[in-house]
Design a protein. Structure first.
Length: 95
């Protein structure tokens, strides 16, 4: 599951910390793991339509093995991922 990525269950989101060196961050000379946060939804196309009506812009929708995703632009100019999974989500998994 997750194509080799660790997936941690969070309410209404999944956190996927990358395992490759290209996503390493620095803070005060210390190497940190980067993380990508995608808010999950059940119907990405419906959510995009709702957000468009509120003036929210989004990037091209991409299909992956694990689901479909896009990013939305926040008022700060940053971007946040939105994701409709097609795999079993971590929230429902038992340890």
């Amino acid at each position: 599951m997750g194509g080799g990525w660790l997936i941690f269950g969070l309410p209404a989101a999944e956190m996927v910390p990358p395992s490759d060196e290209g996503h390493r961050l620095q803070h005060a000379g210390h190497r940190l793991l980067g993380a990508v946060l995608y808010l999950m939804c059940e119907d990405l196309q419906l959510l995009i339509k709702t957000l468009e009506q509120k003036g929210v812009s989004y990037a091209e929708v991409e299909e992956e093995d694990c689901g479909i995703r896009t990013t939305i632009r926040l008022p700060s100019g940053g971007e946040l991922g939105l994701y409709q999974p097609t795999h079993e989500i971590a929230l429902g998994l038992k340890a």
